[in-house]
Design a protein around this ligand. Sequence first.
Ligand code: TA6
Length: 328
Amino acid sequence: MAAILERDDSLELNQWNASVHKGIVELHGPMPGGIAPQHSATIKTFGAHITSYICRGEERLFMSPNAILDGTKPIRGGVPIVFPQFSQPDPKMAQHGFARTSTWKVIDLGHEDDVAYVILSLTSNAETMAIWPHAFQLIYTVRLSAESLETTLEIKNPGDSIFECHALLHTYIKQDISNICIKGFKGYSYLDKVCGGSLGTEEREFVTVHEGEVDRIYIVNPEQEPINALSILDSDGAKPRMLIKMDCMTSDHENGHHAVPLDCVLWNAGPARSAAIPDLGEGQYVHYVCIEPGRVSNYTKVEAGASFTIYNSLTPALPTVPLIRQLS
Ligand code: TA6
């Protein structure tokens, strides 16, 4: 395992790089002459929480201006990791579990040609055992390139008995929700948490989230293709803003590796709930949509020695060049 270095002032400014200092991992692209990088990501070891993703100089993740960043509460915005429970089926455990409020270890970081990466890990310990009595290891890899931010969360069972869990990447994407729609949910069933968990089927090709609170778990029926790609588009459905890819693999001794479908949660607090969530705040709902791939509609059973892996990537669309500039 690579030794983890504190910030190194001799870093090559012309290459991709990764560093960690006082619990904050910085991934970034080249900074010729020391200028701010065009591409960067910031990950806190508290929660292995991605708090910023900048692509071509623009922030792509929403962070609440009221987010609490002192480690006393989950961070509102960025990419919280939900594990081992989604919502609060076990009322004795915190909503969305403890991964987002645990301090993770950086086990590797570095760069390849055009990528900066970090790998963090959270392993069961006396504190987690007191809340959830299972041996587990989570391995979270974050890879930044000029095109995208890729995340992979592996949930491993190193113990000698089965456990069952939820896991999800609760991604807050920065967008003006009055101007966007999401393509890729049509035909899938969903559990509507706003309507008491009722079951519906998405009829819309272009799903909007600006009409009020939206809190749905889209689920894949056995005869359907998994949800592997969604796009955020301008509200007329013409211009792409971001491509989101996702998939899930399980791995065990008996069956080897095989793909399993992910659920995808779509959440926007809407005006009333936004105002009622103190670390979000009145009016903040207009600045984000949460698109959250995970395994949450049912528990995933993980046998001793087995694992499953959730992959997610965010690829902001290239800006369309105005015609006048193309011609000049
Ligand atoms: O993922 C959607 C959701 O479960 C919503 O129901 C909403 O409560 C949101 O997550 C935020 O949860 P949090 O515990 O971070 O306040």
